[in-house]
Design a protein around this ligand. Structure first.
Ligand SMILES: [Zn+2]
Ligand SMILES: [Zn+2]
Length: 453
């Protein structure tokens, strides 16, 4: 929070001085009241760093309390009903215009600032938990169990989305407290199903967009953060390529079953499957330029029932990670060519199901560059580090493909404690990450609304 507000304050002081010099004793009290009424809103603009700090401090305890509630009541993707109800209730209490049921359980909150015209900016926070049994020593650890894909499982916020909800609501509270000084409009998108919808269901960012989350009012930029097992309060800044496009494939290789001792009567899908697995590795090594990131991983190879039977079919499944859409197209094309060639040679057939999930998350270069000094000022030079792109994916990409996006990382591990990686039972985010995330997000939003300096 800096010079734009300070500039307005200085101008207001000049106006006030000029006014008092010309006001004569005969001017009516009504005129003075009018002048005060005109000048006061500008004086109120003195929402300097101290006002922001005060609002942050005032909102912290409630945000941490909300984090505990969300953490203790984790809900899987597209099932975030209690979380969504809590979010909607809190946003309503803070004076936001609230829309619920967006993309099943999503919640959208809009705050129109009272500080004059300005841009519309969005903040996204994801709400879903994972089918993971928590194994941390947190006093508010989840003990919840539910059903997932027909199995009873533990549920936990093993990806830190409880932190994201708390930081989102905390930031919403800070901005609501500063509302009278805020130019423009802030739109909070509390998103379901970041981890992917259950089979047969749609959801997440793309469905939110389809249902109008980026319209009326239409944000011109969007921010989000993600918890990382790094020192609490440390910000991982990154521009451009950030998180990869995540695709999934399933291959059914159909051969011909035979006695294991009569291979000449078979079309052996295990041999062809083995050739396919090896040949798929040549996509990364021989079909894509070495400096373009790409991963082709076969994670499942299933086939056969008995040592002396050549099975009739095998099943392969895997994932493809890319950044460049052209590289992705190359992977898909080469995958088909390899399957066509190898199955033709073997006399086998195949069926390929290729599903593109989230595209790559690319941070807008201009927006990222603008926010780096903002984060350094807010968090301190030593607390902002340059992050490297990951080959993990992020549903935020759908938003960032529509409007410029900046997605940064928030360290959540307290000194003297340990955390497992994201998506593991031991992932342990400390409460101190909440005020740190609120501070970072608040300053990023304020800078955007003020038009930058
Ligand atoms: Zn995750
Ligand atoms: Zn996540």
């Amino acid at each position: 929070m800096h010079s734009r507000f300070a500039g307005i304050t200085r101008r207001a002081a000049v106006v006030a001085t000029a006014v008092s010099a010309t006001v004569s004793a005969t001017v009516s009290a009504a005129v003075i009241a009018t002048v005060i009424a005109l000048v006061l809103p500008f004086v109120a603009h003195a929402a300097d760093a101290a006002a922001v700090d005060a609002a942050l401090a005032a909102a912290e305890a409630r945000a941490v309390e909300l984090r505990h509630q969300v953490h203790q009541n984790p809900e899987l993707s597209n099932r975030e009903t209690e979380t969504a109800a809590l979010v909607a209730e809190e946003l309503t209490r803070l004076g936001y215009e609230v829309e619920t049921g967006v993309a099943h359980t999503g919640v959208v909150g809009v705050l129109r600032g009272g500080g004059g015209p300005g841009p519309v900016v969005a903040v996204r926070a994801d709400m879903d938990a994972l089918p993971v049994t928590e194994a941390t020593d947190l006093p508010f650890a989840s003990t919840k169990r539910t059903e997932f894909l027909g199995q009873e499982v533990g549920v936990a916020h093993a990806c830190g989305h409880d932190v994201h909800v708390a930081v989102g609501l905390g930031t919403a509270a800070v901005l609501a407290a500063l509302r009278d000084q805020l130019p423009g409009t802030v739109k909070f998108l509390f998103q379901p199903a970041e981890e992917g919808s259950p089979p047969g269901e749609r959801g997440g960012a793309s469905l939110m967009i389809e249902e109008g989350a980026l319209a009326d009012p239409a944000p011109e930029a969007i921010f989000a953060l993600h918890s990382m097992p790094a020192p609490a309060g440390q910000i991982g800044w990154i521009s451009g390529a950030n998180m990869a496009a995540v695709d999934q494939f399933e291959i059914e290789l159909q051969g011909k079953q035979a006695h294991g001792a009569a291979p000449e009567l078979s079309v052996d899908p295990i041999v062809t499957g083995a050739q396919v697995v090896l040949a798929l590795q040549t996509i990364a090594s021989r079909s894509v330029p070495p400096l373009d990131p790409v991963v082709v991983t076969v994670g499942i190879f299933r086939g056969g029932e008995r040592f002396n039977i050549i099975p009739g079919a095998v099943h392969l499944e895997g994932t493809v990670r890319t950044y460049d859409p052209e590289v992705r197209e190359t992977v898909i094309r080469r995958m088909r060519e390899i399957l066509d060639g190898l199955t033709a040679a073997a006399g086998a057939t195949y069926d390929l199901q290729y599903t593109s999930n989230a595209p790559a998350t690319i941070n807008d270069a201009e927006l990222s560059a603008r926010m780096r000094p903002v984060l350094v000022r807010a968090m301190g030079e030593g607390n902002v580090v340059d992050a490297r792109p990951l080959l993990a994916g992020e549903d935020f990409a759908f938003f960032a493909n529509e409007i410029p996006g900046f997605y940064f990382r928030l360290g959540v591990v307290a000194p003297g404690t340990e955390s497992g990686g994201l998506h593991t039972p031991n992932f342990r985010a400390d409460d101190t990450a909440i005020p740190a995330g609120m501070r970072a997000m608040t300053h990023v939003v304020l800078d955007y609304l003020e038009g930058g300096e």
